[in-house]
Design a protein around this ligand. Sequence first.
Ligand code: AMP
Ligand code: GLY
Length: 419
Amino acid sequence: MAGRVLVVGSGGREHALCRALARSGWSVVAVPGNPGMAADGEAVALDVADHAAITRLARERRVDLAVVGPEAPLVAGLADALRTAGVPTLGPSREAARLEGSKAFAKEIMVACGVPTGRSVTVTDVGEGMAAVAAFGLPVAVKADGLAAGKGVVVAASADEARAALEDSLVAGAFGDAGRVVVVEEGLAGREVSLLALSDGERVVRFPAARDYKPIGEGNTGPNTGGMGSVSPVPDVPDALADRLLEQVHRPVVAEMARRGTPFTGVLYAGIMLTDRGPQVLEFNVRFGDPETQCLLPRVDEDLGALLLAAATGRLEDRPIRVSEEACVAVVMASAGYPGPPRTGDEITGIDEAEAGGAQVLHAGTAEDDGRLVTAGGRVLAVVARGPGVEGARTAAYAAAARVRFAGAQMRRDIGAGL
Ligand code: AMP
Ligand code: GLY
């Protein structure tokens, strides 16, 4: 079936959703959307925090499905508002979204249902925090409990660094209320994998494993960003391992949430570290990952809208998601200055040439200015290509990215390399 879908959000993840849904025949309304989505549907400029306006639009347009992209509106209860108005919605309730909205709650759930995760203590003052640091040794992770736009985690190599992170969050209020509670977690080492699964509250099906590249610099050096690229599949996480992780992580969490009367409907994203002593969950997100979505959705070989609608309405089939054997690589192009304050307003050219060869150029931080497309944020766009094997996809993505130009563009050259 192809119907009408409302996509909430304005970044690269949401553009990937709009593109994939449009390609499977759905008509797309995006709120507030971005300039790139004009080719895939209609963008309506509403405030994502205005739940009443979004719900009204969903009803006026008689959408068959709403998909909420970012975490903040989920934690604020947008999915509840939409469902209450009778709109089938992919995205967890406010209660279930606490899996991302509170790291302490996520730990409580993992401990309750036996999901492997690092030892941790939840604290509200620096003294308690330093006692946990002394108990765990170094390095140690200091995590603001609430949503902190990806900036709330410090992996401290020294006690001084750990103390500074605790003081920042608990005393100086660097993350506002989101940092009044802190989770101190033992340091873990290993390779990371993002494993996303769809749940209808009861059943769970997974996407292929993906990996994102958080640091700005090649070889994973320099400060963290929102993600400079992504790849799927991940050759060191074969399907059999991904299947095991689904059984060890996602399935027990979905069962525990249902048992508590707060079933989880939506995308459950587990950030997992593969350590010497086995997989350890670092965090949950309650939504599609950005930029993982940009490399996962082009691999889906079935009607994405029908799949998401089945999850939203409790009718998910117990079968694997059909995906292409081809690999996919997404290379992010960022503005000068990013991840610090980005330079904006630079003209972007070459997108049509990049897409002529079959790549997708997904917008994240772009704007229209007097008929020109210009940079308007830190991560500007992602160039995404499929190919035979990761190396083939990588070659295609970088060939397409070379055609897209704007002044000061930054991109990592090693996305998907050496896997
Ligand atoms: P999170 O938001 O909890 O996923 O943390 C962000 C990043 O911090 C992760 O992707 C890891 O690279 C790193 N990290 C989180 N927890 C730990 C830990 N316990 N030990 C080492 N690194 C961690
Ligand atoms: N890729 C990390 C995130 O979506 O939070």
